[in-house]
Unconditional design. Structure first.
Length: 180
């Protein structure tokens, strides 16, 4: 009968070791969970702070824009997680061109596009711009660039006299004789 008790003691020792291993894993997971919770909290606070700042900025922009007879600033953003659409107020990635504005105020990809169009000897198409801004000549990249070109036309940075053919905006050429 001694062997039965020895077997039970061996199993108890093995179970104790397994419990200790699991407790170590749980402690490690609790530490990782706390780090993730802290990161989540930082993101939540950042999002709320940005929303407050944009709301305050929008109050000032709405007054100025309303006086200029334009619609309020804002672009639609689609949330990748929930699929819900929300209005981001006060953010305009590509600002409307105004006298004295230089391409440096644009996001880098838009600035690159404006520079390529300005350096071209004549009107250019989206598929001609894509390789010059270091993108692969794939349909998706060309269409994305075409969308950016249309936005630049809409905001006064470029002209599109012939569909699909883009040139520097005339007011920029008149304001800066060295733009070509």
């Amino acid at each position: 009968m001694g062997s039965l008790f020895e077997e039970l003691e061996a199993r108890e020792a093995a179970a104790r070791v397994r419990v200790e291993e699991l407790e170590t894993e749980v402690a490690e997971l609790v530490g990782r969970l706390e780090l993730s919770r802290a990161g989540l909290e930082r993101l939540r606070v950042t999002r709320e702070t940005v929303a407050e700042v944009l709301a305050e900025m929008n109050q000032g922009v709405s007054v100025a824009v309303a006086g200029a007879g334009q619609s309020p600033v804002g672009e639609r953003v689609v949330s990748a997680n929930a699929g819900a659409e929300r209005q981001v107020v006060g953010v305009l990635t590509v600002p409307n061109w105004q006298p004295g504005m230089l391409p440096e105020v644009l996001p880098s990809v838009y600035r690159d596009i404006v520079e390529v169009v300005a350096d071209a000897p004549g009107p250019v198409r989206a598929k001609q711009i894509v390789p010059r801004i270091a993108l692969p000549a794939e349909t998706g990249k060309i269409e994305g660039t075409r969308s950016k070109l249309k936005r630049l036309v809409e905001r006064g940075w470029l002209d599109e006299d012939t569909p699909g053919m883009f040139t520097p905006a005339r007011h920029r050429a008149a304001a800066s004789p060295n733009s070509r």
